[in-house]
Design a protein around this ligand. Sequence first.
Ligand SMILES: [Zn+2]
Length: 53
Amino acid sequence: MTTCKRCGRPLDAADLVRHERGRFVVVHCPDCKFPLGRYNRHGDDPGTDGPRE
Ligand SMILES: [Zn+2]
């Protein structure tokens, strides 16, 4: 659980709005759309990024 830094709404992971941007997933507050973070997608589109590890 986290809290939106803009509007203060308590947010479960399931409440976050996910928006895929290429190889990243960006998560937003559902109320004010404040971006709360982004992370790499894993396991998708192997081969577009070159060899890994
Ligand atoms: Zn918010």
